[in-house]
Design a protein around this ligand. Sequence first.
Ligand code: ZN
Ligand code: FE
Ligand code: FE
Length: 308
Amino acid sequence: MWQFSRLCQTFFLILFLHTSHHVAQPDSSHSILLMIFHPVPDYHMHTPRCNHAIGSVQEYADAAMRFGLKEIGMSDHSPMPGDYDKAWRMDRSAMPDYLGEVERVRDACKGVLDLRVGLEADFHPGTEGYVKEMIASYPWDYVIGSVHYIDDWAFDNPDTIDIWEQWNIEQAYCAYFDLVTRSAESRMFDIIGHPDLIKKFGHRPPENSVRVIKAEERMLQAVLASGAALEISSAGLRKPVGEIYPHKRIVERAASLGIPFAFGSDAHSPSEVGHGMEMCISLLTACGVREIASFKARKRIMRQITHA
Ligand code: ZN
Ligand code: FE
Ligand code: FE
């Protein structure tokens, strides 16, 4: 019996690999089982327009298809007003070109890969009017809201890592989570991006800090009330912290509150598409999460994580 079921498994595995054009050349660094059993969308990837990513949209789409994904979304760093973080994002003048390229590849991939048109917008107090206007200017499939600054400190930029010396780590974490809370309260975003990015370089508050746990809880309550999905991001695995965003404690609590999750690799190169998906999905399923968010025209649809 056991041998018979093994035989059936092998047969279907071979059948799948032969019939699916999605898995033409499996990348040896990724598990074949992952491609079959965890084809969740990867909604976080950039283009060279932000000045710190490489690869054409077609190259990201090709990488996704090789990896076995059925759905991805581009979400380049959005323009922001004035000089805000200017060197690390698209200029407003590049937006028509970005949208044109994504739409062209989306149309060319129809039937093989669903390519969603998204944006990673920043939440920074005082810029909400500009961001709202930009979001309203196009029929996005989804908008990710990310906090990259505390006041004028780009805390995730390696060039300003020295500023950490001026901060009490607990205070920095609380200031960060308070901003993410406000980003959810703004109701501007469909996905709350990399929700504990503050840990990127490995600065850690005291374990079980009551202040930090309370700030996390306020953030999660705001996300829950907003209806937005929380991003589970593999990007932290590639950073000094070496850990998924957000921390297991936050994933567990969000899961118990019933907050939906969306996956993002935060790929800045086609080679990073789908990176760490298996670990992120394992963490989610260990916390009892069975569904993952997908988006079209800013409507969230929940899908079974295990759909093949
Ligand atoms: Zn980036
Ligand atoms: Fe980001
Ligand atoms: Fe990003």
